[in-house]
Write a protein that binds this ligand. Structure first.
Ligand code: FAD
Length: 629
């Protein structure tokens, strides 16, 4: 037993890793099928489920509702929208599978008590074509409660950070992690494992520094565990180059969706010019995607960034103009006008209070009255969030009815290329724009499929005890390193024998920011910068073996950085491999500055081989299943 850590062993049928939206969906579905077949389902989360993951603070809109029963849209409409927004690169089968299941997740949320806004006819209030307005401060609390009730508290392990997959002959047979509160290592042995540990923040240098340090658009606790876990298991990954750079209210990262979609606001540069109009010609350089409606999010970013580069910033959300336009038709009736203005003002503040409280605080602290003056918006640093407008994650099998007979199917929906390892949400790639609701639905799909896998392959394969011991020793190594060497220097933060997690994170972020297209360099990169990044990366990887931690808190930070490192490396490899620029606004290869449909309308996939420690990067075709090339 390493140091003074106790080992807790848990044997189960299905192990769900993560307690976010995907896992909550998986829990509800798996509990249903598990009870039916006498199977045990266990869930483990690094945090506390009611507030864990990206929805922890709440949301003001459900971003995906297709409305199939209402006849509002078709599955094909959604596939077209997603694929176009991703500049032609998305999996039709995965997107369609989520689209046809998502409405039922939304109906469950409503049944469980989530307040969805209703119009005068009792219909949902749409923020945009696919989005529904909610009073969502307690969104995650409600969804987690349903998941907990379904599984039972005794099957849930909170505040346990999963570090490593357990493998046996190429199959995933469980996971190992440690408690972030007690000296305990957890060894989970499972017949199938479902990975849903969210995406990655903190790979790139954040714009927030000093007193704002730690603030980012993406909540800081999503640290690349999904990417690490699936890669370390040897799973094929996809779209690792597709990062997301949101444009948000500046400094507190407040959401812009309600302003653009519900309030119909314009964004302009400092001269009052609408860059979507003044830069319209630039769109012609981006093939058929430039003339698509809606214009892909990255192209909208790109046009705004061109203005910034030319010194025409800051950019502004014209909130006062939007509110005035909406209240205009009440102008002749003073009382009705006043009431409407109050209502709009309330909605504007609630939008932030539901999901980004810090933005409301910043507005209050800086005397912003949205009905009186505009607010600054800006591009953030890059993130990896494949459930939103990014796309990086594991390459998973599609559903049989849509994907059989193609390269996209190998037996069980949502299974990675590693037997018994399933994935959902930010852990799966090439099926973006599923958001909170689509991720919940995808978690349900994955859980049902994993239960089917267990029923058809009902044996518990165990990892070699020596392998488990080696993983346990590796987990506590940062504590041992600190203990062994901290006496060598007078300042424990500075020591030639080790590196502390915070310093390590700064080094990673500086490297990625400066050479791999961070915010500091306007998301630009080229072969020379990527070559330099690869060189520096080797030193960083060497030093990752010397990460030190003085307590459990720092042990968590050390492991979060080890996980981030793999997300970063796979991104570096993918952007180097793709010799074109496909997502300007997210990143720009200045040495390959154009779209190359002929050679690069494809997926970039990659794999790390656990046996040889070698990476391979290769192309995979984009298959058109719905006539939406
Ligand atoms: P998450 O919900 O993030 O859950 C990840 C889980 O994994 C957490 O429980 C976490 O604690 C756990 N975890 C992480 N690492 C480990 C580890 N090593 N060991 C164990 N557990 C671990 N969607 C909408 O529908 N509407 C919106 O308005 C909207 N706005 C958004 C705004 C922001 C700022 C962000 C970041 C996302 C937004 N989304 C929105 C998208 C939505 O939040 C995600 O689609 C959804 O949360 C993805 O679910 P997930 O299960 O993949 O990850």
């Amino acid at each position: 037993m390493p140091m003074n850590f106790e080992t807790v062993e848990v044997t189960t049928d299905l192990l769900i890793i993560g307690g976010g939206m995907g896992s909550c969906g998986a829990a509800v579905e798996a509990a249903y099928w598990g009870k039916k077949h006498g199977l045990k389902v266990t869930l483990v989360d690094k945090a506390s489920m009611p507030r864990s993951g990206a929805v922890g603070m709440g949301l003001s809109a459900i971003n995906l509702y297709v409305g199939l029963a209402e006849g509002n849209n078709t599955v094909q409409d959604y596939v077209r929208y997603v694929k176009t927004d991703m500049m032609g690169v998305a999996r039709d089968d995965l997107v369609a599978n989520i689209a046809r299941h998502v409405d039922s997740s939304v109906h469950m949320f409503e049944k469980w008590g989530l307040p969805l806004w209703k119009d005068e006819n009792g219909g949902y209030v749409h923020e945009g074509k696919w989005q529904l307005m909610i009073s969502g401060e307690s969104y995650k609390v409600i969804v987690a409660e349903a998941a907990k009730n379904a599984l039972g508290e005794e099957n849930i392990y909170e505040r346990v950070f999963i570090t490593e997959p357990l493998l046996k002959d190429g199959k995933c047979v469980g996971a190992v992690g440690f408690s972030v509160r007690e000296n305990k290592i957890y060894v989970f042995k499972a017949k199938a494992t479902l990975c849903a540990m969210g995406g990655t923040v903190g790979v790139f240098k954040p714009k927030s520094t000093g007193e704002g340090a730690g603030r980012s658009w993406y909540p800081p606790f999503s640290t690349g565990s999904s990417a690490y876990f699936t890669m370390k298991a040897g799973a094929e990954m996809t779209c690792q180059e597709v990062r997301f750079v949101p444009i948000r209210f500046k400094d507190a990262y407040g959401p812009v969706g309600a302003w653009f979609l519900l309030f119909k606001s314009r964004a302009t540069n400092a001269l009052g010019e609408n860059y979507m109009e003044t830069r319209a010609d630039e769109l012609k350089n981006w093939g058929k995607y430039g003339s698509a409606k809606p214009i892909p999010a990255n192209l909208r970013n790109h046009l705004g960034l061109l203005d910034i580069k030319e010194g025409k910033g800051p950019l502004y959300m014209r909130t006062e103009e939007a509110i005035a336009n909406l209240a205009k038709k009440y102008e002749d009736d003073a009382k009705a006008f006043k009431k409407k203005m109050k209502e709009l003002e309330n909605e504007a503040w609630e939008d932030f209070l539901d999901m980004t409280i810090a933005q409301a605080l910043l507005w209050a602290a800086t005397n912003v009255e949205p009905e009186v003056r505009s607010s600054e918006i800006a591009a953030t640093e890059p993130y990896f969030i494949s459930s939103h407008s990014g796309s990086s994650g594991a390459w998973v099998s599609g559903p049989e009815d849509l994907s059989a007979g193609t390269d996209y199917f190998w037996g069980y929906a949502q299974m990675t290329t590693v037997p018994a390892l399933f994935a959902a949400g930010d852990a799966t790639g090439a099926c973006p724009h599923k958001f909170s609701s689509g991720t919940h639905a995808e978690g349900r799909i994955a859980a049902k499929s994993a239960i089917k896998y267990i029923l058809e392959n009902n044996t518990l394969t165990e990892a070699d005890p020596a392998v488990i011991e080696a993983v346990k020793a590796e987990i506590v190594k940062p504590l041992e390193i600190f203990e062994a060497h901290s006496g060598f220097s007078t300042d424990p933060e500075v020591n030639p024998n080790y590196i502390m997690p915070k310093q390590f994170m700064y080094r990673l972020q500086k490297l990625m920011d400066e050479y791999v297209g961070g915010a500091n360099v306007f998301f630009n990169m080229n072969e020379a910068s990527l070559t330099r990044a690869a060189e520096l990366f080797e030193f960083l990887k060497e030093d990752s073996q010397k990460l030190a931690a003085r307590d459990l808190y720092e042990l968590l930070r050390a492991w979060e950085n080890k996980h981030r490192l793999w997300q970063a490396e796979s991104h570096l490899r993918a952007v180097t491999f793709r010799e074109e620029t496909r997502w300007p606004g997210y990143y720009f290869r200045t040495d390959k500055p154009t779209l190359d449909e002929e050679n690069w309308h494809c997926f970039v996939n990659m794999k790390w081989d656990p046996n040889t420690n070698e990476w391979s990067v290769f192309k995979k075709p984009v298959i058109d299943m719905f006539g939406v090339e």
